[in-house]
Design a binder for this molecule. Structure first.
Ligand SMILES: [Zn+2]
Length: 313
């Protein structure tokens, strides 16, 4: 293993607890997250609310926080008449806000992961949950390359993120496109998290194990996992990941509630206590890092942190 690879792999050493949903929590902080570019508005107009969300998750026990940049991209901004410069600045701003929150906890080791949503997140049509984009491979590479370049660009006045978190990936094709986009920067660290609709396949239909085996070959990969997936699928999917590669497994599923389109409400158990019971099973199944995605809050993460502490005793 090269020195570089060792440094990359050590980034997540000892990290067990990731944060929870950003959008959900911003709403509770009183931020308006209506509209397709809500994160742009929050980043520009209410940065203190983003910091407050990070702080709440760190206080709950998160040792890794995701920046508020999931849907920030030049393509997404251009659709609303906003410049590429503004998109790039928003990406860097999100990283800066996470570092600001981390600095409030000098005695803790907190990893800052840059949240990078899939191509579908910029289309604002839910296509990240099926992956049928109607985009070419080259489009996907360029979409990811432009953001990687902004984050990789070294500037002594700025702290870079510790790793790039590619999230909610629906397909093998998009994962391969990211690998190509990352190729000029072998020194970067990244994780790849897929969204799955059943207990074997990613949303677009490929086997999760095939996706994991493919991304494990990239020199930047420090962890592979799942997010934005129903918790009931996780134990089986964690098994698939562990069979496919020896990379650390990171999981941050949704709370467990189901959206009832007819009744227009969330149903089912998504409370923090039942999330803790499931988190125990995910750690036991071999997940190294557990956090939450949609509809999870600091109370969920506090429960995960308690489970992680008990396991360590
Ligand atoms: Zn989600």
């Amino acid at each position: 293993m090269t020195k570089n690879a060792q440094q990359q792999e050590s980034i997540l050493h000892g990290v067990r607890v990731l944060d929870g949903g950003m959008a959900t929590e911003l709403e509770y902080q009183g931020a308006s997250i209506n509209g397709p570019l809500w994160s742009a508005h929050v980043l520009e107009d209410a940065p203190e609310k983003v910091i407050a969300v990070h702080r709440a998750y760190i206080e709950a026990g998160a040792a890794c926080i995701l920046t508020s940049s999931y849907q920030v991209s030049r393509m997404g901004y251009a659709e609303y008449g906003l410049s590429a410069e503004r998109a790039d600045a928003a990406l860097l701003r999100a990283v800066e806000l996470a570092h600001t929150a981390r600095a409030e906890f000098p005695d803790r080791r907190i990893v800052v992961a840059a949240s990078l949503g899939p191509y579908g997140a910029a289309l604002h049509n839910g296509s990240e949950y099926h992956g049928n984009y109607g985009a070419s491979f080259a489009d996907l590479v360029e979409y990811h390359r432009s953001r990687i370049q902004v984050l990789a660009d070294s500037n002594p006045d700025r702290q870079p993120p510790d790793l790039l978190a590619f999230e909610t990936l629906p397909s093998l094709e998009e994962a391969l496109a990211i690998g190509e986009a990352l190729a000029p920067w072998p020194e970067l660290a990244a994780w790849f998290c897929f969204t799955c609709g059943d207990d074997q396949h990613v949303a677009h239909g490929e086997l999760l194990s095939d996706c994991a085996a493919a991304v494990a070959r990239f020199p930047q990969t420090v962890a592979i996992g799942l997010n934005c997936t129903h918790p009931r699928l996780l134990v089986k999917l964690i098994g698939e990941l562990r069979r496919a590669s020896d990379k650390p497994v990171v999981v941050y599923p949704n709370s467990g509630e189901d959206w009832d389109a007819e009744g227009r409400c969330w149903t089912g158990a998504g409370d923090p206590a039942s999330f803790a019971v499931k988190a125990t099973e995910w750690f036991a199944a071999g997940a190294q890092i557990v956090g939450g995605c949609c509809r999870t809050r600091p109370a969920h993460i506090r429960q995960v942190a308690e489970v992680a502490v008990k396991r360590a005793l």
